[in-house]
Design a protein around this ligand. Structure first.
Ligand code: FES
Length: 67
């Protein structure tokens, strides 16, 4: 599923970057270019980071998952 439509970045790419060492949105911005345009992907990308690093998403907040 596309998380960042502006840069055509998927949740899989974000998870791979996180597994490769990305820990912050700044890391993802540097590695994948996300949040550089409209910024709407920031919340979902952050949730992907949290999932990979074993942290739960914010309570009551829906996370996008690949179908
Ligand atoms: S959706 Fe990621 S910068 Fe626009």
């Amino acid at each position: 599923m596309y998380v960042c439509v502006c840069k055509a970045v998927t949740d899989r790419q974000i998870r791979e970057a996180a597994q490769g060492g990305a820990r912050t949105l700044k890391d993802l911005r540097r590695d994948l270019g996300i949040t550089r345009d409209c910024g709407r992907c920031a919340s979902c990308a952050h949730d992907c980071l949290r999932e990979v690093h074993g942290e739960s998403a914010k309570p009551g907040k829906a996370t996008r998952r690949a179908a």
